[in-house]
Ligand binder design. Structure first.
Ligand code: GDP
Length: 295
């Protein structure tokens, strides 16, 4: 993950880490190099530009030119700014209410169903919760079956209404059932499409309206780079979601989505998914991600 970006940034810092007097031109060159590295990592151009303009201003303001170790100072500055760009601090999910309701949205194939189960597993094993999974993708029997298999694997009940084509009443009935059985978190997996489509958006909006979820989490495949950011923007315009889940960070993703989403959509990344196994889910920590990016 992010190997190219890490290599490129390391090379960018070389000039400032070398011997001799540092000039304003050296700083400008380094900053230009950082911008190129970000754009190669598929970071949105506007985000990369304003990020590096800020870095330049701050570096000169911090007297990087007269610092004993300008390279180190610059690395620290870039680290802190990268963490800030990704949101600064980790953001929790809202688990108030009994049950708390979490709605999962995103395109087909983004990893929604896998994440729904992983989230249930995380809440059960790390937070002592008693979750219920809800199969709201009524169009794909395979998706319902997949959720059932995962639920069995982690020992979490999966609510379905066989043959129902009405995800709104499935969601409402699931919440009633959860209350009856003492399940304190209801995670609703919804149907996705291969591309954004009006029907899908309307459906998720009507589930939102019917169940007033504590959280809407938008799931997106990090491998899709700037498309991930554009999709996030469209979903957020319609759903006003609470947080983002970035999946497939175990692949050779370049990093653009992780770095741009917060700046473009102004919603926090809450979880990152790094595999198909149930344990491969992490709360997103911007500072730790910045550590990794800088190698
Ligand atoms: P959905 O259509 O949005 O519900 O997506 P799925 O949960 O069915 O996931 C689509 C495919 O991506 C499946 O083969 C998953 O096993 C896989 N997948 C999901 N999350 C991850 C991840 O973080 N890493 C990897 N490598 N594969 C993932």
């Amino acid at each position: 993950m992010f190997e190219n970006l890490t290599d490129r940034l390391e090379r960018s810092f070389k000039i400032l880490k070398g011997e001799g007097k540092i000039t304003e031109i050296n700083v400008a060159e380094t900053v230009k190099d950082i911008r190129k590295a970000l754009i190669e990592a598929d970071v949105n151009y506007k985000v990369a530009k304003s990020f590096t303009d800020d870095i330049k201003r701050k570096a000169l303001g911090m007297n990087v030119l007269t610092a004993v170790k300008p390279g180190q100072l610059m690395v620290k500055l870039v680290h802190d700014e990268l963490a800030a760009l990704m949101g600064g601090k980790a953001e929790d999910i809202d688990l108030s209410g009994n049950p708390s309701v979490i709605l999962i949205a995103g395109l087909q194939g983004s990893g929604k169903t896998t994440f729904s189960a992983k989230l249930a597993n995380y809440l059960k094993s790390k937070k002592g919760k008693h979750p219920m999974l809800v199969a709201g993708d009524v169009y794909r029997p395979a998706a319902i079956e997949q959720l059932k298999v995962l639920g069995e694997q982690i020992n979490v009940p999966v609510f379905t209404i066989p043959d129902s084509k009405d995800p709104v009443s499935i969601a409402k009935d699931a919440i009633k059932e959860a209350k009856k059985n003492g399940q304190d978190v209801v995670i609703i997996d919804t149907a996705g499409r291969l591309a954004i489509d009006e029907e899908m958006m309307k459906e998720v909006e009507s589930i939102k309206k019917a169940v007033s979820p504590n959280e809407i989490l938008f799931v997106v495949d990090s491998m899709t780079g700037q498309d991930a950011v554009n999709t996030a923007k469209e979903f957020n315009d319609r759903l006003d979601f609470n947080g983002v889940v970035l999946t497939k960070l175990d692949g050779d993703t370049r990093g653009g989505a992780a770095l741009s989403i917060r700046a473009v959509v102004d919603k926090p990344i809450k979880f990152v998914s790094t595999g198909e196994k149930m344990e491969t889910l992490d709360v997103f920590h911007p500072d730790r991600m910045a550590d990794r990016i800088l190698g």
